[in-house]
Write a protein that binds this ligand. Structure first.
Ligand code: ATP
Ligand code: MG
Length: 212
């Protein structure tokens, strides 16, 4: 039996065609089902539904053999115990610094002012600003980062941006790209050895589907 950890929403949706390419279809829809363990048409493959940021943890401890997680999530997790063989090029977006329209970010950086930055991505933000030599006070949030500069919680946010519509709707502008983001396949290192005959074909099919 192999267990694949996925989050519902865009990762589940964008993974479905990759699973179909491997002849695997999920027998429940996680958006409507309350089940957290979903059977598939293959009796030796099951899917568990977890929070996006919990995927690496389930795989690290071997509660799931494989998982699919965003580069953002993997950086914050640290990647311990995870083999990351394949960029699936799904759930693409960009990690950006954004500020309120009218806030002179370049000037704040140039003048060496201490910046208050609100984000869910503390590690990514810390490394980014450290590499620029910018002093920051990081404020940890769990969601709706766009609000923080509007109510004076922070000068800037570090968040994922795809269309930019949420920023625009809240009078914010992206001022710096930190890195492009997509989701990767992660595999528990022990499972890869012990269940190679089940995992290897899946890895090959995913590889061919992504890089034809
Ligand atoms: P939760 O909703 O549980 O708090 P989350 O918001 O990180 O977690 P999702 O919104 O499903 O969960 O995002 C899952 C992954 O998809 C993220 O880790 C990121 O890699 C990617 N992602 C997030 N936002 C976007 C976006 N707007 N466009 C494309 N990909 C995105
Ligand atoms: Mg989300």
């Amino acid at each position: 039996m192999i267990t694949l950890a996925l989050s519902k929403g865009r990762i589940f949706e964008e993974t479905t065609p990759l699973l179909e390419a491997a002849g695997i279809s999920c027998l429940d829809n996680p958006e409507t089902s309350r089940k957290l363990i979903l059977p598939t048409n293959r009796e030796n493959v099951r899917i568990i539904i977890v929070r996006a940021s919990d995927v690496p943890t389930y795989v690290q401890y071997g509660a799931a053999d494989l998982g699919i997680a965003g580069r953002d999530v993997l950086i914050e997790h640290g990647g311990t115990g995870l083999y990351q063989p394949l960029d699936l090029k799904i759930a693409k977006c960009r990690m950006m610094v954004a500020v309120r329209k009218g806030f002179d970010y370049d000037n704040a950086v140039r003048s060496g002012a201490r910046l208050r930055v609100a984000t869910k991505y503390i590690r990514t933000a810390r490394e980014h600003f450290a590499s620029k030599g910018v002093h920051v006070d990081l404020i940890k949030l769990y969601g709706s980062m766009e609000l923080a500069p509007l109510v004076g919680l922070s000068d800037a946010i570090v968040d994922l941006v795809s269309s930019g519509n949420t920023l625009k709707a809240n009078n914010l502008i992206a001022v710096e790209e930190i890195m492009p983001i997509s989701s990767r396949l992660v595999i528990n290192q022990a499972a890869l050895k012990l269940k190679r005959e089940l995992i290897q074909p899946l890895l090959e099919t995913f590889s061919k589907a992504v890089n034809p």
